[in-house]
Design a protein around this ligand. Structure first.
Ligand code: NAI
Length: 795
């Protein structure tokens, strides 16, 4: 073929990347690698190894240690003993280590890229141009955070020893996403890479040695799920950070429920790729190539659901097929390859099975007819499933392969409904030339990341993470750092309530012991109305000396269901302007002030006059504080190093179930309720079980304060029973449990089903009267989730 002919046909010859450096590295380790514990490599305690393969050839690359519980224990011990020295370093000293790691990653970028491609099967173009540069960027960015830590996060301290478990789709990048923020905030780490792709993590371990990172600060233990499980269950680990399947995320939530481990989960997705009729279709199709065929579609935020406006669907599908026909599938070390190998046989079989199921359920399958496929290795052709019914399996289940499921919509509203019709909420991509349309849609999508006219953009400065069953917590940027920090007072707070509960306090001095107390009967408060409990029963509320104070309704499952329904219906509150929410909160504060005296009088009969006066006085202040915060706890604009901005929006979490502390009935209630509603959430609250009569005072205040019905719902009763219903309810998005150790554990284990965010006192005593503990950003942080909306600019 002449040069002219070649030029005209645009056919590419092979352009393989040289694997020699990686092969030398493997041979230098005699193709047998141990764990990296306490600063050096060591063989597994029980001598068991497993093989890791190149999925594009089937060739064995090396034997890698299978981590046992004993290996995990040794690594956790190493991390624990390294902690004091690591934390004693100045922020600047830690920053220098992170900077050195970034530099060293850059120096070894070629080795790392090739090793990654060999172990994972992803095209070298991606590992070289995307994964490894982002790894270095992550360490640089976090070197900066390490430097600024004490200035930017005053009052916060590191969690301690962090266990990190990562998947195989972006092995070194996920390591960087985990290790960089953990080290920057002063934690030490035990990381377990995925069993299919352990090699670059071990190469990184060597980099840690090269930069002289103190021994034990980073430990790498290789192995399969059982190794991960041992890490999750280890009693001396303070936090678990996990990226992987939703199924394992659930198992981790369940396994840590009885402990005080902080967890962050970055799980699966079924992200919509929405194309409006006014989009630049050619750009959208290019975006789609990145969206679903990057890394063979093995990407948690892959744009795997194509939602096309009906008017352009046929044209668009034509362009998609045309573009798919030019994708090159083959040996991933070839620089001209677009689609590499699938990581392992089980994944390949899973993709095949799901595609067959999609076709059986009515989808039309199209694959480029003249596509050249490699004769060996684990490959799957780029695949388009059209005519996918929104209820079919392939529209809902994560395929994690190069398979696009296409559907149509007619109106923007239908697009949003379809897009949000998933248990996941990781990412979304929106294509429209109208910025108004694109941002209007972005605001309505339930996803942690939305890319406008772009896709799969990542940066260390921009938080990444999901809504709903895509997990909780963010990685990257300021928001990501909070996952590795805790308020210092909270970390050192005593485990159990040291104060006697207010209810046990002696009766108020000077009160006539014989005279009956104010006998009140209150109702539930649901949907803005007072409601009788479904059970028809009440609970008698008595003081420690046995005297009757009044009767509170005994709420049950049905009442909670009604309350949740009312809270859901009041979701317009989230769209109310922050200014208007502030006005309502100020009004609540004002009305509370007007009733202050009578509320103090009633509360005093239970908690004593002094506490009652303090609860009301500080309660009013707290309401005013959150009225002030309502329009000030706003997001940020990030500047990633390319022509895009990322708008980090603080959005409400949704409907929050709140279990209030027993011994501070009014101030405890207000301290939790106010940040939640100030940020636009709706709430179902279970008031102090020992003094639920507080409802009566509160609903009178709410009723006179223009608070829309349903924003706050209050159901009294046995808090353990009510917590169970709330935690298991799929329409509740988060549980805030502040009624002690047992309910904190129950909230976590019962909410495994839809992976609710749980914010709790962890059985620690919180001094609600202390402003540092009872108020502020810590609560606001939990009342919001960050959505990063990426908007490109320039021509
Ligand atoms: P996985 O969730 O089993 O594996 C991820 C990591 O968790 C690995 O390091 C694994 O060893 C570890 N692990 C497994 N069981 C564990 C346990 N009980 N406790 C602690 N750690 C455990 O994912 P897998 O099986 O490799 O892939 C299955 C599916 O999961 C994929 O097809 C895809 O749908 C999804 N997935 C999602 C990822 C994401 O980035 N969100 C990444 C990998 C997989």
């Amino acid at each position: 073929m002449s040069v002219t002919e070649k030029f005209l046909s645009m056919e590419y010859g092979p352009a393989p990347e040289d694997p020699r450096e990686a092969l030398v590295w493997l041979d230098r380790h005699a193709r047998k690698l141990g764990h990296f514990i306490g600063g050096s490599f060591r063989p597994p305690t029980d001598g068991i190894y497993f093989d890791t393969f190149d999925p594009s050839t089937g060739e064995r690359l090396a034997a890698v240690a299978q981590g046992s519980a004993a290996d995990i224990d040794a690594a956790v011990k190493a991390a624990r003993s390294a902690l004091p020295e690591w934390q004693a370093l100045t922020p600047h000293a830690r920053a220098r280590y992170l900077y050195a790691l970034a530099r060293q990653v850059q120096k070894h970028s070629r080795l790392l890229a090739v090793l990654e491609t060999m172990d994972n099967g992803k095209p070298i173009r991606e590992s070289r141009d995307l994964d490894i540069p982002l790894v270095a960027r992550h360490f640089y960015h976090h070197a900066g955070w390490a430097q600024l830590l004490s200035q930017e996060f005053p009052g916060y301290v590191a969690c301690g020893v962090v266990g990190q478990i990562i998947p195989w789709n972006f092995p070194l990048l996920m390591l960087a996403w985990k290790i960089a923020p953990a080290l920057a905030t002063g934690n030490t780490v035990v990381l377990k890479p995925a069993e299919f792709t352990p090699l670059t993590a071990l190469a990184f371990a060597e980099i840690c040695q090269e930069v002289g990172l103190p021994a034990g600060v980073v430990n790498i233990v290789t192995g399969d799920g059982s190794t991960g499980e041992a890490l999750v269950k280890h009693p001396d680990v303070d936090k678990i950070a996990f990226t992987g399947s939703t199924e394992v995320g659930r198992a981790i939530r369940a396994a840590t429920a009885q402990s005080h481990k902080k967890i962050s989960l970055e799980l699966g997705g079924k992200s919509p790729f929405i194309i409006f009729e006014d989009a630049d279709l050619d750009s959208a199709v290019e975006g789609l190539v990145d969206g679903i065929w990057l890394n063979q579609g093995q990407v948690c935020c892959a744009g795997s659901r194509l939602l096309m406006q009906e008017s352009v669907a046929e044209t668009l599908l034509g362009k998609v097929r045309e573009r798919m026909s030019t994708l090159r599938v083959g040996p991933p070390l070839d620089k001209a390859i677009d689609v590499g190998a699938i990581v392992a046989r089980v994944q390949l079989e899973r993709i095949q099975r799901l595609v067959e199921q999609g076709v059986a359920e009515g989808a039309t399958c199209w694959q480029p007819p003249s596509l050249a496929m490699p004769s060996r290795g684990l490959f799957f052709p780029p695949t388009l499933l059209s005519n996918v019914h929104p209820t079919s399996t392939v529209a809902h289940q994560e395929i994690f392969g190069p398979v696009l499921a296409a559907m149509t919509f007619r109106t923007p509203r239908e697009a949003v409904e379809l897009a949000n019709n998933t248990v996941y909420g990781l990412a979304a991509s929106v294509w429209s030339e109208s910025i108004n349309v694109a941002l209007h849609i972005a605001a309505q999508l339930k996803a942690g990341v939305v890319w406008v006219n772009s896709t799969n953009l990542f940066d260390a400065a921009c938080g990444f993470g999901g809504y709903k069953e895509s997990g909780f917590g963010r990685e990257g940027g300021r928001e990501g750092l909070y996952e590795y920090l805790e308020p210092a007072w909270f970390k050192s707070a005593p485990r159990s309530a040291t104060k006697p509960t207010a209810i046990d306090q002696p009766p108020e001095q000077g009160m006539d012991a014989a005279a009956p107390l104010i006998d009140r009967t209150v109702k539930l408060y649901i949907g803005g109305k007072q409601a009788r409990p479904d059970s028809g029963y009440s609970i008698e509320v008595r003081r420690a000396d046995g005297r009757l104070l009044g009767e509170a309704p005994l709420g049950n499952r049905k009442d909670i269901r009604n309350a949740v329904e009312a809270a859901r219906k009041a979701d317009g509150w989230a769209r109310t302007t922050a200014h208007n929410r502030a006005q309502v909160l100020y009004y609540i504060g004002e009305n509370l002030s007007q009733r202050a005296e009578e509320i103090v009088g009633r509360l005093a009969t239970v908690v004593g006059k002094e506490q009652a006066a303090a609860e009301v006085r500080q309660g009013i202040e707290r309401v005013f504080s959150y009225a002030a915060w309502a329009d000030k706890y706003d997001g940020a604009v990030h500047n990633p190093p390319f022509r895009s901005i990322s708008l980090a929006m603080h959005e409400p979490v949704g409907t929050i179930g709140i279990i209030c502390p027993a011994n501070v009935p009014l101030l405890g209630f207000l301290s939790l309720l106010m940040p939640a509603i100030a940020m636009g959430n709706t709430v179902v609250a279970v008031p102090s079980e020992t003094y639920p009569l507080i409802i009566g005072d509160l609903y009178q205040v709410f009723e006179t304060s223009d608070l829309p019905g349903g924003v706050v719902n209050i159901v009294s009763g046995r808090s353990t029973e009510l917590l169970k219903v709330l935690a298991e309810h799929d329409d509740v998005d988060a549980i805030w449990s502040f009624a002690g150790e047992a309910s904190s554990a129950a909230a976590k284990s019962l909410s495994v089903g839809n992976l609710k965010q749980v914010f709790s006192d962890e059985g620690r005593a919180i001094d609600w009267f202390n402003i540092e503990q009872g108020e502020g950003r810590w609560f606001l942080h939990h009342a919001t989730q960050v959505k990063n909306i990426w908007v490109p600019y320039g021509e």
